[in-house]
Design a protein around this ligand. Structure first.
Ligand code: ISE
Length: 338
């Protein structure tokens, strides 16, 4: 029988997930949705033969819903994830798990008390073929010991109201997770620098963020979210015996008029569409047996803790330590522990 999924939030990313779950993920169907924009929710529901509910909690409690996807605004995630745990239903929650570490900890507590993993966080880069190759190069010992990680995170433009703090909590948070996952260790401190700003940016942009990991790997992240020309995400992991460098995957180079060119993805859907597909298929396949391959609630908590330290570093201009509680043994299998 197909896994019956309820989706909370049918905005840009939520409706993208509904479409994928209904048409591209095998063994899944969408049976219920909710969004505060009720007309939009009804439209999305009608497109896949699902029911549009009046409240998020109605979706969670719906007996025709076995598992949930949460794609609502970040500040609603904690309560909605807690309601899923209380209902004993698996949930794939888009990042962030919660906007404060305090709320993340409530989720960890509830999940641990329930005794089984129900929560996965939507850090889709872990499913990207190129990022996996970088990790395999390190884990397979081919590049020696990790020393430095250089990251570039460029988006063409930001939506209205996007602040410089959001570049950290919404965009660089992906580098937080990829750093922890690639290196298998926690980030212990964050620093922030901003210099000259782009004439196309409403707020300070670009910004440079630096992480230090527990073993002393230095990570620099260029966050440039109004770069104009495309969606350009790259990284280079420098090891003691080599490096693994991830450029935009591009399959065709065109040579013409004494020049060679290839394509830069236009947006995150183009760049990470295959990663979302792998993420959702793996989640749907694993939910029944509790075999979760993706980021756990602990990873969601750690990402929010680094983002919090980053916001403090941005405000003070000082190197700021990341404060983490001791990791419950329940989360010992979490990727960052490897
Ligand atoms: C957005 O929320 C995402 O998750 C994208 O992956 C990221 O590249 C973008 O900067 C964020 O705003």
């Amino acid at each position: 029988m197909a896994l019956r999924i309820g989706v909370i939030g049918t905005g840009m990313i939520g409706s993208y997930h509904v479409d994928r779950l209904a048409t591209q993920v095998s063994g899944a169907e969408v049976t219920a949705v909710f969004d505060v924009a009720t007309e939009r929710a009804k439209e999305v529901a009608a497109g896949v033969g699902a029911r549009a509910h009046a409240q998020a909690t109605d979706v969670i409690e719906d007996p025709t819903v076995d598992a949930l996807v949460i794609a609502s605004p970040g500040d609603l995630h904690a309560d909605q994830v807690l309601a899923c745990i209380a209902a004993g239903k698996p949930v794939l929650c888009e990042k962030p798990l919660a906007t404060t570490t305090q709320d993340c900890l409530k989720v960890l507590e509830a999940e641990v008390a329930g005794g089984r993993q129900l929560v996965q966080i939507g850090f889709m880069r872990r499913y990207d073929a190129a990022y996996r190759e970088v990790k395999a190069a390190l884990d397979g010992g081919r590049i020696g010991e990790a020393l430095l990680l250089h990251c570039v995170h460029r988006n063409p433009a930001t939506p209205p109201g996007f602040t410089r703090e959001m570049a950290l909590t919404d965009s660089v948070v992906h580098e937080v997770d990829t750093t922890r996952w690639l290196l298998g260790e926690e980030i212990v401190a964050v620093s922030f620098r901003a210099g000259r700003t782009s004439p196309h940016a409403a707020n300070q942009d670009p910004q440079m963020v630096m992480f230090e990991t527990a073993s002393g790997v230095l990570v620099d992240v260029e966050s440039f979210v109004n770069c104009q020309y495309g969606y350009d995400v790259r990284c280079e992991l420098v090891g003691s015996e080599g490096f693994a460098s991830l450029d935009n995957p591009s399959h065709v180079t065109v040579a013409h008029s004494a020049a060679r060119s290839n394509v830069v993805p236009a947006d995150w859907k183009v760049r990470f569409g295959a990663a979302f597909q792998a993420e959702f298929q793996s989640w749907v396949d694993g939910v029944g047996s509790g075999d979760y391959q993706g980021a756990s609630a602990w990873d969601g908590y750690a990402a929010t803790a680094v983002a919090e330290a980053g916001l403090a570093a941005l405000a003070s201009g000082e190197r700021t330590s990341v404060q983490l509680v001791e990791r419950p043994s329940f989360y010992a299998g979490s990727e960052a522990s490897r």
